[in-house]
Design a protein around this ligand. Structure first.
Ligand code: G3H
Length: 278
């Protein structure tokens, strides 16, 4: 089953497919292991920052390794793709899905940029996500929140042909844990207008109850990045507090990997994707 069909299935059945962003080998291993443990399909997200950190050719090898180790359906997705060249490069190394984020532009320009990616991606059997409404500029970090107008949702989806839609609803990607004041009424209004499933970004910042309600309203993909990175850095901090800590970094990286795996497994339970392997 493709990523598009899996997200559609999740929407019909009232659960969400988690996108968990990798930063390095250990976080990728943690995501794959968590999916196996929870018997959950999974999306491995790759942000622009991770693309730069890892490099395309190393990433291609890591993805190949993850696919051969995975025991549940695993999809690889470009998170907040910045431009067409990056989208093409990711498709060429086997990504199943891409996000092109042109949400900082005016509506018509957003549509034009996304439409171009949809034509390219769909010809290669690759799913496409885009966003209408802005949270903050992924490249510059500039805060330019303008929440999604439900009246623009159907027009955007129809004009672009995307497969799943990210919206801005008070979420705070990459910022605080469980503290965003999300607008559930806005999520419901967008879901009612959207012909395709909704995507929640900033999953770390959204309180658990709000996640459950948003999924019940029609969100079928939830993205998590910060919580995984915090699990890793927390393990590193604990190991190297003061002047102590093992000289073999693999000892600490193993603990960090285990902590990241636990975070992903917990989110899979929260999203209701655990036990959903067909
Ligand atoms: O696309 C990635 C997500 O927006 C990540 O959000 O860092 O708050 O988990 P998060």
């Amino acid at each position: 089953m493709s990523i598009i069909a899996t997200i559609q299935r999740a929407r019909q059945e009232g659960w969400a497919l988690g996108q968990f962003n990798m930063s390095n080998l250990e976080t990728l291993q943690a995501i794959v292991a968590a999916a196996g443990q929870a018997q959950s399909p999974v999306i491995v997200g790759v942000s622009m920052g991770s693309l730069r950190h890892i490099g395309l050719s190393y990433l291609a090898g890591l993805i190949q390794g993850a696919r051969s180790e995975a025991t549940t359906p695993l999809f690889v997705h470009l998170d907040h793709g910045a431009d067409l060249a990056t989208v093409k490069a990711c498709i060429n190394i086997g990504f199943d899905s891409v996000m092109i984020d042109a949400s900082r532009y005016r509506f018509e320009e957003n549509v034009r940029v996304v439409r171009e990616v949809v034509e390219l991606a769909h010809n290669r059997g690759v799913g496409v996500e885009a966003q209408v409404g802005e949270t903050w500029d992924e490249e510059t970090g500039e805060e330019i929140e303008s929440r999604t107008d439900p009246a623009s949702v159907r027009r955007f989806v129809d004009a672009t042909g995307i497969d799943y839609l990210a919206i801005s609803f008070g979420n705070t990607p990459g910022r605080v844990e469980g503290a965003a004041e999300v607008d559930l009424a806005l999520i419901r209004a967008c879901a009612a207008e959207s012909p395709v499933p909704l995507v929640l970004h900033g999953g770390t910042s959204i309180p658990d109850d709000a996640i459950r309600e948003a999924i019940a309203a029609g969100a079928a993909k939830v993205n998590i990045d910060t919580a995984i990175r915090q699990a890793v850095t927390g393990a590193l901090r604990r190991a190297y507090a003061g002047d102590s800590g093992p000289s073999d970094p693999r000892t600490v990286l193993s603990a960090a990997r285990a902590a990241a795996q636990q975070v992903v497994e917990n989110k899979m339970q929260l999203f209701g994707s655990a036990g959903r392997v067909p």
